[in-house]
Ligand binder design. Structure first.
Ligand code: UFG
Length: 326
């Protein structure tokens, strides 16, 4: 019996595939390769298809005995979603609908879903628990929340059980430095900072230093991509044991400001990394920090990389060796 990983050639998807391979799981990947990279996969069957193509997706389910699904395939950039909401609704919702339909028709009844802290919008409290209200401030978060809701109703009607994992800020790379984060264009803080010592940019821009935080810059909860990968494994174990559908936050529970991240990166890379303050980026909440107590307690998940320095060291190993990505 195989696990179908959608979006398995993307950043978090490919690290999860690697983790599952280390656990000797049988894996099949579908990825339209728009943001994913063939080179991020080694020794797994890849179907380069889009979930919106129901016919081809059905063929994958017919060719393999799929026992469970891990669903990453989605558009996932906040800024882009504000400019192209149609594409976000079409890809994220229609793709998920087709996937759940194929699962229903083929008797696949377990799905682990890649969700996001963006479902919370401006947080009501810190740290954020799963009980906090959801009120996304962009189409990306809105579509992820709608995908979660779709799963809730498919569970009720057809018994497809789901675990939704709401990640905070994914960062880092596999310790081998063979796979890592490679987006084009890159918008995330840590890879952008590391482009300075890699010689790809002269300085990093800090988006606002007048927030209500210690040093005035935004605080985020950075979580190592391999800790996210292991959480997917734990979520799968949870569903395999017959447990009911559930939602979990994934973060370290500790926030770092943009200034602190830059300072750590200077230490790791031994490069001065010049920084310049710019105006605020629209829609950035001042502080986003997770409470992951629920995942620790119920999934028996424990992040192994609590220290931001370790996360940046792994990211740097990847970026130093692959300044142009794959
Ligand atoms: N930042 C800068 N300069 C940059 C890039 C980012 O100062 O060049 C700042 C941002 O303003 C923010 C922090 O660094 O305060 C982190 O920004 P990222 O773009 O790396 O990440 P976000 O916190 O915006 O986004 C993350 C996930 C999204 C998710 C969102 C939830 O990447 O998928 O959290 O709010 F939707």
């Amino acid at each position: 019996m195989a696990i179908l990983v959608t979006g398995g050639a993307g950043y978090i998807g490919s690290h999860t595939v690697k983790y599952l391979q280390e656990r000797d799981e049988e894996i099949v990947v579908v990825d339209n390769l728009k943001n994913g990279h063939r080179e991020a996969l080694d020794g797994v069957k890849l179907y380069p298809i889009d979930l919106r193509n129901q016919e081809v997706l059905d063929r994958v389910f017919k060719e393999h005995s799929i026992s469970s699904v891990i669903h990453f395939a989605a558009n996932s950039l906040v800024g882009e979603s504000m400019e192209h909401p149609f594409e976000y609704y079409h890809n994220n919702l229609y793709g998920t609908m087709n996937l759940l339909k194929a699962m229903k028709e083929n008797g696949t009844c377990k799905i682990v879903f890649s969700s996001t802290a963006a479902v919370y919008g401006e947080p009501e409290e810190t740290p954020i628990t799963e009980n906090c209200g959801t009120d996304p401030t962009n189409p990306y978060g809105e579509t992820k929340l709608a995908m979660e809701k779709m799963m809730k109703w498919f569970d009720q009607a057809y018994g497809i059980r789901y675990v939704s994992l709401r990640y905070f800020n994914a960062a880092g790379a596999h310790y081998t430095g063979l796979i890592g984060e490679a987006h084009d264009p890159e918008t995330h803080l840590i890879p952008l900072i590391l482009q300075v010592p890699s010689g790809k940019r002269e300085k990093i821009f800090i988006f606002g230093d007048n927030y209500d935080t210690n040093d005035g810059t935004c605080i985020r909860d950075y979580i190592h991509v391999m800790d996210l990968a292991s959480a997917h494994g734990k979520a799968l174990d949870y569903l395999r044991k017959g447990n009911s559908s559930n939602i979990f936050n994934l973060g370290n529970g500790r926030g770092y400001s943009v200034m602190e991240v830059i300072e750590k990166a200077r230490k790791v890379t031994e490069h001065p990394i010049p920084a310049e303050v710019e105006k605020r980026r629209a829609g950035d909440p001042a502080v986003l920090v997770a409470s992951s107590e629920k995942a620790k307690k119920i999934l028996d998940w424990e992040p192994r990389y609590e220290d931001l320095q370790m996360i940046i060291e792994d990211a740097w190993r990847w970026h130093r060796n692959h300044p142009k990505g794959y």
